[in-house]
Design a protein around this ligand. Structure first.
Ligand code: FES
Ligand code: FES
Length: 176
């Protein structure tokens, strides 16, 4: 059989393994064509959600964290297809420049951002923590951020920002 025909058959087989999945990201549906082994990190970044950072790609740094149904997960350890039908929120999806989320604002105001590479993951981890623990102790924050590495800030300003945001969010809940 001519070589070209063999190659064509191989391509067809690989293409058949791909499938289209619909991810709900920051409130909108994103269609992604993906092989089964593709991670959520790769799928999100290819779809333009570059606020989801590629760090260690082995679950150590937390730079790739996103909320899946309100829980922070490492997108680099999550197969894209397993997130189909779930609610995915990235750090950018929590608020906008005009209407910032309390965590986004507190990180800026406290100077908890230096190079910023870890910041989206830290904000996602903090949101996941505050959803469960609205008034976190020092230890709660330590535990909540235990999967996130930051090389720049020394964490003190990050902790202050999370406490500020927690206080603002509790106040907003009381006023409702
Ligand atoms: S890139 Fe996912 S944990 Fe580091
Ligand atoms: S601000 Fe640079 S790694 Fe955290």
């Amino acid at each position: 059989m001519p070589k070209t025909k063999v190659l064509a058959k191989g391509k067809a087989t690989a293409a058949a393994r791909d499938r289209s999945i619909a991810l709900r990201v920051n409130g909108r549906i994103v269609e992604v064509r993906t092989p089964p082994h593709r991670t959520l990190l790769e799928a999100l970044r290819d779809a333009g959600f570059v606020e989801v950072k590629r760090g260690c790609e082995k679950g150590d740094c937390g730079a790739c964290a996103v909320l899946v149904d309100g829980i922070a997960v490492d997108a680099c350890l999550t197969m894209a297809w397993t997130a189909e039908g779930r609610e995915i929120v990235t750090a950018a999806g929590l608020g906008s420049r005009e209407a910032m989320h309390p965590l986004q604002r507190a990180f800026v105001e406290r100077g908890a951002i230096q190079c910023g590479y870890c910041t989206p993951g830290l904000i996602v981890a903090a949101q996941s923590l505050l959803a469960k623990t609205p008034d976190p102790s020092e230890d709660d924050i330590r535990h909540g951020l235990s999967g996130n590495l930051c090389r720049c800030t020394g964490y003190a300003k990050v902790f202050e920002a999370i406490r500020d945001a927690a206080s603002e969010m509790r106040g907003a809940r009381r006023r409702r």
